[in-house]
Write a protein that binds this ligand. Structure first.
Ligand SMILES: Nc1ncnc2c1ncn2[C@@H]1O[C@H](COP(=O)(O)OP(=O)(O)OP(=O)(O)O)[C@@H](O)[C@H]1O
Length: 327
């Protein structure tokens, strides 16, 4: 996030938003905001409500509860008048098979009112997605990956400030995925705001904020590190022994102030959950590891995102809903 964008009004604010289709709620009580110049990842399994959330931001859908504010206005009202500040990549982008990459891009540029220095702009976005050498190729002659890159270029051709991408990395190879995320970070560094939906939970690491969706509910929202801590109740450290660990070892780990949990993790490892705000981390490394000759070392563990997601969903469903009595 650039310094200039910090403190400004958020690019997107959802306040108690719900959406229903055929009298059934598919999104319930979504509240979050997206600071300008940042990347929010909407992450969740198929059917969790990602596309519906993005469509509410584009103004394609009107909320049935709550309010949506996008760049200081109701997106439904803006949709009819001024879309130049917004770029939207739908899951099934509009590309014309019989036109060249250049002609496709030119079409999107016309649609979005790019007049001034259009040729330069087309060349710039084609270069950005590394398609400048293929501009005469027809869409039907280009690979799936090239089509995804062209679709991204078409979304960016009018230099929008707010970019909403619905599963832009679905079905593309890991190298192209990484390149896409590099582009996204470069856009955010330049001050643009990005809303990116994905089913790949590990893509959370690329985002400034992550919104985890499950069954139409925002299970958790926060910075990736915050969500990891929330899922596990703290930071994880593995203490590795040169022998099989026993209950005395667990006890001495638990005696360290700020260690919230110490559990067996395989024969020769104790996994600790430590309070991130305490000095427990340095105490584990400075005292425990250096004083116990049976400890070979300790490593901080970045928890697996699948695990983080599952834990947060499970703890969310375990929480009592209004009207339920907690046991
Ligand atoms: N136009 C619609 N009419 C009726 N139900 C809909 C409509 N659009 C979405 N839904 C339902 O809303 C729920 C959320 O769908 P949505 O497409 O937002 O999920 P998603 O997380 O984007 O899924 P995917 O990753 O498969 O695209 C699903 O149960 C879906 O069937």
């Amino acid at each position: 996030m650039s310094d200039a964008t910090q403190g400004a009004q958020p690019a997107v604010t959802f306040d108690g938003v719900g959406k229903a289709f055929d009298d059934e709620w598919v999104l319930e009580d979504l509240s979050f905001s997206v600071p300008r110049g940042s990347i929010i990842g909407l992450i969740g399994p198929s059917g969790s409500g990602k596309t519906t959330t993005v469509r509410l931001m584009t103004g394609a859908y009107r909320p049935d509860a709550g309010t949506v504010d996008v760049l200081g206005a109701d997106p439904v009202a803006r949709r009819r008048h001024d879309r130049s500040m917004i770029g939207y990549l739908p899951q099934q982008p509009v590309l014309f098979d019989e036109l060249s990459l250049w002609e496709n891009l030119n079409f999107h540029a016309s649609l979005n009112g790019v007049g001034l220095r259009r040729k330069r702009r087309l060349l710039d976005v084609l270069e950005l997605v590394e398609l400048d050498g293929h501009r005469k190729k027809l869409v039907r002659e280009s690979s799936g990956g090239m089509q995804r890159r062209l679709a991204l270029a078409s979304t960016l051709v009018h230099a929008p400030n707010l970019v909403m991408l619905d599963e832009p990395t679905a079905g593309i190879d890991p190298i192209l995925r990484r390149r896409f995320w590099e582009h996204f970070r470069a856009l955010s560094d330049a001050g643009d705001t990005l809303v990116i939906s994905t089913q790949f939970v590990d893509e959370a690491t690329h985002c400034d904020t992550v919104g985890l969706l499950a069954d139409g509910r925002l299970v958790a929202v926060g910075a990736p590190d915050e969500l990891r801590r929330q899922a596990h109740g703290g930071d994880l450290i593995d203490v590795e022994y040169t022998r099989i660990v026993g209950s005395d070892d667990l006890r001495s780990c638990r005696d360290i102030a700020g260690v919230q949990r110490a559990d067996y993790h395989g024969d020769a490892t104790v996994r600790l959950v430590v309070d991130p705000d305490s000095d427990a981390r340095s105490r584990v490394f400075d005292s425990l590891v250096t004083t116990d000759p049976d400890i070979s070392g300790a490593v901080e563990i970045a928890p697996d995102w699948d695990d983080v997601f599952i834990r947060l969903v499970e703890s969310d469903t375990a929480e009592p809903t209004p009207g339920q009595v907690a046991s």
